[in-house]
Design a protein around this ligand. Structure first.
Ligand code: NAI
Length: 333
């Protein structure tokens, strides 16, 4: 199959080419993000492979369909960037990688919690600068604190497990209760109660119309003073502009975000010589208690290998007409 692959970096190419050694599909790599401006690059490709910040709206899908695309391969678990209705209307199937390394994301989430709390990043720089003072670096014991997990699926549970082992009280909210979460001592409650009772809130639910801007001025108002909020899920779960006021007042004591609603124009690019126009992000970066990373929680060798192998496996299954559960349909929303 001819497969047009968007938003590719050298590491994507390395892992996808390795996974393609036996099947030998024709892979065409594009550095560009998929959008209405670039979709024509895929003309003649039956398969189009996209990542988290590629746009797969109705306009793009229409261009792809006209170019002969029959299969959209997502190199990720989330599918909020795809207009599934438009894809179905054009007879284009969508397949994704539902889990490539939930461990990678959970481990990164824990790293964010530890870094924000104990300020490793500041300590590292201070000591290298000959400053051995520890003033301003005081943290808190995680033991005994309440951690609220919103979305207790694979990543939520893997994040909760070590925190429970450290002696945190782990609470969760999810429309579907996961026995794994209760077995590690977690208790379920509604989202409003969780927000009010947590010292640390970690977001692990998908972005859907229901979870859009779950964290906003109103919900922030219900939280504990100095709460820590971590988002390694999807940017638009948080209204980032609302977060600025909450950080200024001290309501939010720590913020760790690996994802950002407007990340599409920023993340995965070296903009160090540019004037960044996003005032909300720039303001967030001025707070000493805010840590922003560039959607890298998934970024381990294991995850890249799994993404590539599952993606190429999805091509084989599509050709064989095999249903594996990796298909994304309207019913999944
Ligand atoms: P999962 O499907 O195993 O778990 C998601 C859970 O969220 C499910 O239990 C679901 O019932 C629950 N949920 C759905 N809507 C909810 C709501 N409104 N409130 C509370 N819970 C809700 O997914 P998994 O693998 O744990 O991934 C979670 C999220 O992590 C993904 O949706 C994706 O957005 C994000 N992710 C981020 C990565 C990164 O590099 N930063 C990499 C991989 C995933």
């Amino acid at each position: 199959m001819n497969i047009s692959i968007f938003s590719t970096k050298s590491y994507d190419r390395t892992f996808l080419e390795a996974a393609n050694q036996t099947a030998r599909h024709r892979l065409v790599f594009h550095e560009a993000r998929l959008s209405s401006d670039t979709a024509r690059l895929a003309a003649g490709a039956e398969g189009v492979c996209a990542f988290v910040n590629d746009q797969l709206n109705a306009e793009v899908i229409d261009i792809l369909a006209k170019g002969g695309t029959r299969l959209i391969l997502l190199r990720c678990a989330g599918f909020n960037q795809v207009d599934l209705k438009a894809a179905a209307a054009k007879g284009i199937q969508v397949r994704r990688v539902p889990a490539y390394s939930p461990y990678a994301v959970a481990e990164f989430t824990l790293g964010m919690i530890f870094t924000l709390n104990r300020q490793y990043h500041r300590a590292y720089n201070r000591v290298r600068d000959g400053n051995f003072s520890i003033d301003g670096l005081m943290g808190f014991d995680l033991h005994g604190r309440t951690v609220g997990i919103i979305g207790t699926g694979k990543i939520g549970c893997l994040t909760a497990k070590p925190l429970a082992a450290l002696g945190c009280k782990v609470i969760g909210c999810d429309p579907y209760e996961n026995p794994e979460f209760t077995s590690l001592g977690g208790s379920y409650m509604d989202c409003a109660t969780l927000l009010a009772e947590s010292d640390i809130i970690s977001l692990h639910c998908p972005l859907t119309p229901k979870s859009f801007h779950l964290i906003n001025t109103a919900t922030l108002g219900k939280m504990r003073e100095g709460v820590m909020i971590i988002n390694t899920s999807r940017g638009a779960l948080i209204n980032a502009a609302d977060m600025i006021g909450a950080l200024k007042s001290g309501k939010v004591g720590y913020l760790g975000i690996d994802v950002y609603e407007q990340e599409g124009d920023l993340f995965y690019q070296d903009l160090s010589n540019e004037i960044i126009q996003d005032d909300v992000l720039q303001r967030l970066l001025t707070f000493p208690n805010v840590m922003v990373t560039s959607h890298q929680a998934y970024f381990t060798d294991t995850a890249l290998r799994n993404i590539s192998e599952t993606t190429l496996g999805n091509v084989e299954d599509f050709i064989a007409g095999k249903s594996t559960g990796n298909e994304v349909r309207m019913a999944n929303v």
